[in-house]
Design a protein around this ligand. Structure first.
Ligand SMILES: NC(=O)c1ccc[n+]([C@@H]2O[C@H](COP(=O)([O-])OP(=O)(O)OC[C@H]3O[C@@H](n4cnc5c(N)ncnc54)[C@H](O)[C@@H]3O)[C@@H](O)[C@H]2O)c1
Length: 596
């Protein structure tokens, strides 16, 4: 029989604590909510009532249920109020000495059979437990932010946590409507170990002015379908908390430089820019605690006129290539009203591409997203050719041929001879340096990267890659074209992986390393990222879709260019590729797809 939890205590009512109180009270459990001072208690209470009032306003919580929920909470200053609860969850700032002091005190105050839990994100639960005389009743219960919304709980068992305590806590999670994964005590557990290297890297991109905050966040939301961008997430987590988590992970997790907090984080913490909770972090918020972003001096002007400032007029577009990307890009431009010349290496290939574009447009008609007239008009705008010479008078060329530098360079050299002056030459490469293809021409200032995502007609993002030779006019043209296509263009420099792949693939690689180290299973790691961080797919699901060979190639490029030891491809990934386990396309990757 699992233990009955009729009353629990929560210590520390900040970003996490207030949410955890709400989770328990919503599920009919009495809560003693404890803070260090009357003022902090008031702040915690305000956070919770703000959250429940919003739920009522949105129709997600009945008023009577809200009142019943609030009636279950006993607000108190000081730990002594916890003398008769069955379980305590501690959610004070991420400092080991503070948590140890609190646990020693809880050990003295609480009933001998009470379970003592920490919500720590990165500290050792074992080290916290030894501050008590009952380490076998100490456990990690790691909720995700915002606690009332995120489904996942990581249950952290130390080597001395007793099995019945683990089972009781797992049963409690189920009662709270949460999905738990039970793991051992390692820095960052599953989700944070995979998340924080990525967040820190994104802050590094921002700090080095590689891209703007809006563009970094838009890239990850639109390119990967994440619920929020990394900088907005840092603001939600709180920069002080994020700093402590990174610092602990760096020290506990093998001094991986990718966890050494980017200096900007410490500067922002010192300056009081803690994120949402202080009203300002990477973004500025309506007021402290508010989720509403308001414009500030860094907010870009996004009117059409400003976007097109200095841009060249583009009416006629050449698309070179006959693969998936070229096909999608032809459709995108034709639908947006541009005149398109498609150039392939032969009539047969042109016929195939034409067929594929037609099929895709027809799907749009069947789904009611496109009228028959619009489909016919779009097709009428495309001319099919097998000769580059037909690109002599286009305003923009988009190259989407095979991902081989020698082929792309030869093509750009030809385009340089054929195209009229003033044309913008764009490559869709996802991994080669744009400057290499630019230097194959006599006009590197006119060359830019336009990295579309697959499938191009659906994915809303384009990375606009400027080399050190790209002119302001060419860059403005790139931005205007993306706006004309109805896509979100994000501007970045010419580094391996641009924004999205540079942030995404090391995370996927880390997940493989975690699996390889037998810390957890592919299923639990996938759950953790989906239910704890709101990712649309777990890392192993995504790897199998993208292809393990493609992922390995991208990870190798990143490693070679940035020489970051942490980016070294996971040996398991290399072995699976060697074994021919490439993912869905070969029937087997991390999972066997032939049986489903
Ligand atoms: N922020 C996140 O996204 C997140 C997610 C999961 C877990 N966590 C973990 O949760 C814990 C709390 O983080 P947070 O972001 O909520 O921090 P926070 O700074 O927002 O809140 C901490 C609260 O603890 C209170 N406090 C400090 N000393 C206390 C004491 N002696 N007694 C009672 N209360 C005290 C503070 O007044 C404050 O309200 C940390 O261990 C953190 O790693 C954070």
């Amino acid at each position: 029989m699992a233990r009955e939890f009729t009353s629990v205590g929560v210590v520390g009512l900040g970003t996490m604590g207030a949410g955890i109180v709400e989770v328990f009270a919503r599920n009919g459990i009495d809560v003693v909510a404890v803070e260090i001072s009357a003022a902090a208690l008031e702040r915690g209470r305000a956070t919770l009532t703000g959250s429940t009032d919003r739920a009522v306003a949105k129709g997600k919580l009945a008023e009577a249920d809200r009142d019943a929920l609030l009636a279950r909470i006993d607000w108190q200053v000081g730990l002594d109020a916890l003398h008769s609860v069955d379980l305590v969850i501690e959610a004070v700032p991420e400092h080991l000495d503070l948590k140890q002091r609190i646990f020693a005190e809880l050990d003295r105050v609480c009933r001998p059979e009470a379970i003592l839990a920490t919500n720590t994100s990165s500290l050792s639960v074992t080290e916290i437990s030894v501050a008590t005389t009952r380490p076998n009743q100490v456990i990690g219960i790691h909720f995700f932010n915002p606690a009332p919304v995120m489904k996942l709980v990581e249950v952290v068992r130390t080597v001395v946590t007793s099995a019945d305590v683990v089972a009781d806590v797992e049963a409690l999670c189920a009662r709270l409507g949460k999905v738990d994964v039970t793991i051992s005590d390692r820095a960052g557990f599953i989700a944070n170990a995979l998340l924080f290297g990525y967040l820190n890297h994104a802050v590094g991109m921002f700090e080095s002015r590689y891209a703007t905050r809006e563009d970094i966040d838009a890239a990850m939301k639109l390119g990967c379908g994440l619920p929020m961008g990394p900088l907005a997430l840092m603001d939600l987590i709180g920069l002080d908390t994020a700093y402590e988590i990174l610092d602990t992970m760096y020290r506990r997790g093998g001094r991986d430089r990718r966890h050494a907090p980017v200096p900007l984080i410490k500067q922002m913490v010192t300056a009081g820019l803690l994120g949402r909770k202080s009203g300002r972090g990477f973004y500025t918020y309506e007021r402290p605690g508010s989720p509403v972003v308001v414009p500030d001096e860094h907010t870009p002007v996004s009117t059409g006129a400003a976007l097109a400032d200095g841009a060249r007029a583009i009416a006629k577009v050449g698309v070179v290539g006959s693969g998936t990307m070229a096909t999608g890009i032809i459709e995108v431009f034709a639908k947006a009203g541009y005149e398109v010349i498609s150039v392939t290496r032969g009539a047969e290939k042109s016929a195939k591409v034409c067929e594929a574009v037609k099929t895709s447009l027809n799907k749009g008609v069947v789904r009611g997203k496109l009228s028959e007239d619009d489909r016919d008009a779009a097709l009428g705008r495309v001319t099919w050719s097998a000769t580059l010479d037909h690109l002599a008078d286009v305003d923009l060329v988009v190259e989407a041929v095979v991902e081989e530098l020698s082929v792309k360079k030869a093509l750009f050299a030809s385009l340089d001879e054929i195209c009229k002056p003033g044309v913008v030459l764009a490559t869709t490469t996802s991994s080669l340096p744009v400057i290499d293809v630019a230097m194959a021409t006599q006009r590197p200032a006119d060359v830019i990267g336009l990295h579309f995502f697959n499938p191009a007609p659906i994915m809303p993002l384009v990375e606009i890659v400027q080399t050190i030779r790209t002119s302001a006019e060419t860059a403005a043209t790139g931005r205007a074209v993306c706006a004309g296509l109805g896509k979100t263009g994000v501007v970045c420099g010419d580094r391996s992986g641009f924004i999205v792949n540079a942030l995404l693939f090391p995370y996927l690689n880390d997940a493989v390393k975690m699996l390889e180290a037998s810390y957890s299973t592919a299923d639990d790691i996938d759950y953790a990222m989906k239910l704890g961080c709101g990712y649309p797919m777990g890392p192993f699901e995504l790897l199998d879709v993208v292809g393990l060979d493609v992922s390995l190639a991208i990870q190798r490029e990143l490693y070679l260019e940035l020489r970051e030891p942490g980016f070294a491809p996971a040996p398991l990934l290399e072995h699976l590729v060697t074994a021919g386990y490439l993912g869905r396309k070969s029937g087997r990757g991390f999972r066997d797809h032939t049986k489903r």
